[in-house]
Write a protein of this length. Sequence first.
Length: 65
Amino acid sequence: MARAMFEYTKEVLRKVSFDTTLFTKEVKKAVKHLLPYEIEELKLFIISLLSFNPDLQKSLIYLEG
């Protein structure tokens, strides 16, 4: 079930990636619900989105341990 949450989180983040504030809010929520290794994967996913919207880099601070 945890993997389903990770996939859902990625889908939501893709959809809100146009708005930095919404994106950051969703990242904060994700950190509460994902497992530590999934948070690392999420970090890589967000880095891949940076080419489309560099402002999203601000949200990476919430993924640091």
